[in-house]
Design a protein around this ligand. Structure first.
Ligand code: S3P
Length: 174
């Protein structure tokens, strides 16, 4: 297999903060490239038989992270997929190492203000169900930035459309 071919079949792994557009971009990439789409959040919900908000409420965040790491380990070994990661996946260095084994990590980097605009009408994310979501986003983003920046590729997606982000990834990857 040539280097190009190997690169083509590596997993495309999308990481970044909640609301940065990972799931929408992942769906578009999977459609265009005709690749299998895998979402860590969907797999966790299917495995637990409940919504993420209920897992957080009933079992707590540490339990959620445990299941998340199990799911990451299981899905990262098989190449050729588009992997849509929950926003906290990169916090565990072992998750990052596993995903990098057969994948290219792409960080969709957006500002706190842009993220806030994207998520403000939504209620399904437990970490943002707080009195001041913008302040929570700013604080979490600051803490997480060094983890996200471990990605292989960093794409500045502030105020960019899902279509623009998808095309940029295709240019870099293909
Ligand atoms: C989380 C992000 C969410 C989900 C959970 C925790 C996080 O996924 O995994 O609510 O810690 O950033 P999205 O990034 O797809 O919203």
């Amino acid at each position: 297999m040539t280097n190009d071919k190997a690169q083509m079949t590596k997993n495309i792994v999308l990481v970044g903060f909640m609301g940065a557009g990972k799931s929408s971009v992942a769906r578009q990439l999977a459609g265009i490239l005709k690749r299998e789409l895998v979402s860590t959040d969907d797999l966790i919900e299917a495995r637990e038989g409940k919504k993420i908000a209920d897992i957080f409420a009933q079992r707590g965040e540490p339990y959620f992270r445990l299941v998340e790491s199990q799911v990451v380990r299981e899905i990262s070994g098989c190449p050729g997929r588009i992997i849509d990661c929950g926003g906290g996946v990169v916090l565990d260095p072992e998750n990052v190492a596993a995903l990098k084994g057969k994948g290219t990590l792409i960080y969709l980097k957006a500002s706190a203000e842009f993220i806030y605009e994207c998520v403000k009408g939504q209620t399904h994310r437990p970490l943002l169900r707080v009195a001041d979501p913008l302040a929570a986003i700013r604080e979490l983003l600051k803490k997480r930035q060094p983890f996200y920046e471990k990605a292989d590729i960093i794409l500045d997606t502030d105020r960019r459309s899902i279509e623009w982000i998808t095309q940029e990834i295709l240019k870099v990857i293909c």
